[in-house]
Every structure is written in structure tokens, then in C-alpha cells.
Write a protein that binds this ligand. Structure first.
Ligand SMILES: Nc1ncnc2c1ncn2[C@@H]1O[C@H](COP(=O)(O)OP(=O)(O)OP(=O)(O)O)[C@@H](O)[C@H]1O
Length: 248
């Protein structure tokens, strides 16, 4: 079966630093693939290379079998890659529905055309509402973003990624700053979304990661140290050493 998204030998250098070094990875619909590793391991850089935010120094990215390595973010988004960010993309003074509608509008984005579309009143409200319903935010569609809890903000980021109709979801720390109760709700949403998306999760909360991931990739210093199901990663001495080695 063709992977929904595949990276082969991805490398990204910043000056003398190889932030990502020869990383290969395949994401399939129905699989929740988590990438973990100590701070600075290269996880966000990897997500940026997959989404097109960054160009690689080497290697390739294929989306549904097609080489998209040279494609910009908007073109990969149109091809089915949805991305949520560590730093929220939310416009604070807009409502939940308005934010999600803007994200849904970006589905029709091509440079220049987007501005004309955004200027028109009618937006793709139905896609936005469907995404909000999936994220459990339907009842809050008229709430202004500033009034939301941390957990609701994280749900909104996911809804905004869903509103673009992606097949692949790249989620960067979707539980950041969220308490245990909201965290549980987010974790079950992630699991649910992985049934009909290829889902890449970058997350520091190890309890959640080990509870929801089907496959884990452990990165250290830009490289893949270990890959496998949660039980294998939990038992790995190399992974334990890597974390202890970086816990200063
Ligand atoms: N734009 C950049 N310019 C220079 N160096 C960068 C840039 N982006 C990332 N780096 C460096 O690349 C390395 C990997 O960073 P990255 O943010 O990908 O790690 P991470 O695993 O996501 O870390 P964290 O868990 O703290 O978010 C780090 O040493 C970082 O300082």
C-alpha cells in the first residue's frame, strides 16, 4: 500500500548544525505515528520539512506517491496535508467559527486568489462547522477566541487543521499547556482522528503518547534512534539512555 506521506533520507542543516539528519518515515491512514525525543532533537524541524515550511538540504517527501519535495506549503495543503502549530495561528479577536472558516478558505488558496476570496463575506461555513463538530467545539462556535480555555484553544487549532480537508494531519504539541481532564479529551480525539487520517503527533506528554500511538519514532540529535510499537520503545535501553543523557 502507498503511504499517505513518506519521507526518504530527509536532512536539514542550519549552518554547521544538522537539525534533521537522514530521517525516513512513512505515515498511513489509520495509524497514529508519534515522534518523540529530547528538546532540540529535530521534531519540529521534521514537521516543517513535511509540511513545506522548510526546504530540505537533502532527501525527498512524497504525498500519495507523488514527489512534493519542491512544493510550497499551500500546494501541499491543497494536496491534503493539514498542520497545527506549537505556536497558535489563532486570531484572538475572532470567534471560533470565524477562525475555522478562514482556515477552510485557505483550502482554495492560491497566491493572489486567496485575498479576493477572503474579502468576500460568504466563506466555506459548512466545512468549518463540520470540523468544529468533529473537534467537539460546535457549541462554542460564537465564542471569541480570547474567552477559550487552553484545551479549547488546542481543539480549535485541530479544528482549523481539519477544516482544510486533510488526509494527513501533522500535530505539533497539541496538548501543550492543557490540564489532565482536557488532555484526556484531546487524547481520545487524536485516537479517533487517526482512524481516517494519517496522523503524525509530536508531543512531550509521554503518558498520552504511549497511550495513543501505534508507532513511535524516537529522535535524538536529528537522527532516528529507534522506531516501533510502544511496548518496544518502552523496553529500549537506548531510548532510556538518550533521555537520561539529555536530562540535565
Ligand atoms: N531556524 C533555525 N535556525 C537555526 N537553528 C535552528 C532553526 N530551527 C531549529 N534550529 C535548531 O535545530 C535543532 C532542532 O530544533 P527543533 O525545534 O526541530 O527541535 P525539537 O525536537 O522540535 O525541540 P523541542 O522539543 O524543544 O520543540 C535545535 O538545535 C534548534 O536550535
Amino acid at each position: 500500500m502507498t503511504a499517505a506521506l513518506e519521507a526518504t533520507g530527509l536532512t536539514r542543516r542550519f549552518g554547521g548544525l544538522a537539525a534533521v539528519s537522514d530521517v525516513s518515515l512513512a505515515l498511513s491512514v489509520g495509524e497514529l505515528h508519534a515522534v518523540i525525543g529530547p528538546n532540540g532533537a529535530g521534531k519540529s524541524t521534521l514537521a516543517n520539512l513535511l509540511s513545506g515550511e522548510l526546504a530540505p538540504s537533502g532527501g525527498a517527501v512524497r504525498l500519495g506517491g507523488q514527489d512534493v519535495t519542491g512544493w510550497p506549503v499551500w500546494r501541499r495543503a491543497l494536496g491534503g496535508i493539514g498542520r497545527s502549530f506549537q505556536k497558535a495561528n489563532i486570531l484572538q479577536e475572532l470567534t471560533v467559527l470565524e477562525n475555522t472558516r478562514l482556515a477552510a478558505q485557505a483550502r482554495g488558496f492560491t497566491p493572489g486568489r486567496w485575498l479576493r476570496r477572503a474579502a468576500r463575506e460568504a466563506g466555506p461555513v459548512s466545512e468549518a462547522r463540520a470540523a468544529l463538530a468533529r473537534a467537539g467545539l460546535g457549541p462554542w462556535e460564537d465564542a471569541v477566541a480570547t474567552t477559550l480555555s487552553h484545551g479549547q484553544l488546542r481543539l480549535l487549532e485541530i479544528a482549523m487543521a481539519l477544516a482544510t480537508g486533510p488526509r494527513v494531519l501533522l500535530l505539533d504539541e497539541p496538548l501543550a499547556g492543557v490540564g489532565p481532564e482536557e488532555g484526556e479529551r484531546l487524547a481520545s480525539l487524536l485516537k479517533e482522528l487517526s482512524r481516517d487520517h494519517a496522523l503524525l503527533l509530536i508531543e512531550h506528554d509521554m503518558d498520552v503518547v504511549f497511550a495513543v500511538a501505534d508507532t513511535l519514532t524516537v529522535m535524538v540529535d536529528g537522527r532516528v534512534l529507534e522506531r516501533g510499537p510502544p511496548a518496544r520503545i518502552r523496553a529500549s535501553a537506548a531510548v532510556r539512555d538518550a533521555y537520561l543523557g539529555h536530562a540535565a
